[in-house]
Write a protein that binds this ligand. Structure first.
Ligand SMILES: C[S@@+](CC[C@H](N)C(=O)[O-])C[C@H]1O[C@@H](n2cnc3c(N)ncnc32)[C@H](O)[C@@H]1O
Length: 331
């Protein structure tokens, strides 16, 4: 626990709330999270950060929280969500101008999963990847370099509610697993509308709200109880996932998008007992692991593995609902 000066207190509050809200909005924990009282504290902390325009505070902006988990995110969570993210592009056949050097924007590009898939699918387009997390942007640039696509990829620091792009400058904008993280989904959608040229297309994919339990998650909690571990306190975080495809479509229409189509999608990921334990340790339950000393961490790993290994293989398929929506900015 830090005992810092005033600025650092602000950063510490922002960090802590972001730890809870952001990560849970990107893992199965999020899907059970409600809209808690921390939302107000989160926004207030962000405002205080920007008012002070303090270098240290800016570096610890809540929106850039992924920088602190960049490697774990890239190695453990990004591969789980990648197939669903890339699947969003199948909805765009015929809607994206691909016969000239169209400019597409990937909002919250992270390690560049969607941006790289766009570049591969449409060889004439260039993609601008926007994200508040600089380390993730560097990883996206490195991945583009490695794939020989760097010359068509530009990384820009920025966030969905204030895109660092001029009005009507993009032919298309896509975003996957990001809208649920933005302080205001409506503000993010308005920004997309602003940067798109008339006739430009917007497509997004995010979680649909869901409260179902998942057996490995219960097994993890049972293991924690059996070992008498007290997990660190967690806030409920802010769940800005859509309740339904209809709600996602209505949001796009309110902003002015036309030809809007939204539908339910699913993410399916088959874990093995050990891949589940790895992900728990490095991503979904890492705060619990981090609160333990090494012998206890080992015991928790073994106990969770023992319990999860007893489940039937099908219980290890993680299947959760998503929402995707597509709309056109009218000409
Ligand atoms: C779950 S990751 C998804 C990354 C990528 N779109 C994908 O599908 O692989 C969420 C991303 O959103 C970014 N993010 C968080 N808050 C954001 C905001 N307000 N505006 C834009 N991006 C944001 C994070 O830094 C992170 O890269």
């Amino acid at each position: 626990m830090r005992l810092p000066g005033e600025t650092e207190v602000t950063v510490s509050v922002a960090d802590r709330i972001t730890d809870l809200a952001e990560r849970r909005c990107c893992s199965w924990g999020a899907i059970h999270a409600g809209l808690g009282p921390d939302v107000g504290r989160y926004d207030a902390a962000m405002e205080r950060d920007s008012e002070r325009a303090d270098g240290a505070a800016a570096a610890a902006r809540p929106e850039a929280a992924y920088d602190r988990w960049a490697t774990d995110y890239r190695d453990w969570w990004a591969p789980v969500i990648a197939p669903a993210a890339v699947g969003l592009l199948d909805r765009l056949n015929g809607l994206v101008t691909t016969d000239r050097a169209a400019t597409l924007v990937d909002i919250g590009t992270g390690t560049g999963t969607l941006a790289l898939a766009m570049l591969r699918r449409w060889p004439a387009v260039r993609v601008i990847g926007v994200d508040p997390a600089r380390k993730l942007l560097e990883m996206a640039e490195a991945a583009a370099e490695q794939a020989g696509l760097r010359h068509r990829f530009t990384a820009r620091v920025g966030e969905a509610g204030k895109l660092p792009l001029p009005d009507t400058s993009a032919d298309g904008a896509m975003t996957s697993f990001v809208l649920q993280l933005t302080p205001s989904r409506a503000a993010a959608v308005r920004e997309v509308f602003r940067i798109l040229r008339p006739g430009g297309v917007f497509a997004h994919l995010t979680w649909r709200r869901d409260t179902d339990r998942w057996e490995p998650e219960d097994a993890f909690e049972d293991a924690v109880d059996a070992l008498r571990i007290e997990p660190p306190a967690r806030s409920s975080g802010a769940d800005r996932s859509y309740p339904s495809p209809e709600a996602a479509a209505a949001e796009l229409r309110r902003v002015g998008f036309r030809s809007v189509r939204a539908r339910e999608e699913w993410i399916d990921h088959r874990f093995t007992p050990s891949s589940y334990v790895d992900l728990a340790e490095h991503w979904t339950e890492d705060d619990t692991f981090a609160s333990l000393d090494e012998p206890m961490r080992r015991r928790l790993r073994v106990e969770v593995l023992r319990r999860v290994s007893r489940l039937p293989a099908d219980a290890l398929v993680w299947r959760r609902p998503l929402v995707s929506a597509v709309g056109i900015r009218p000409g």
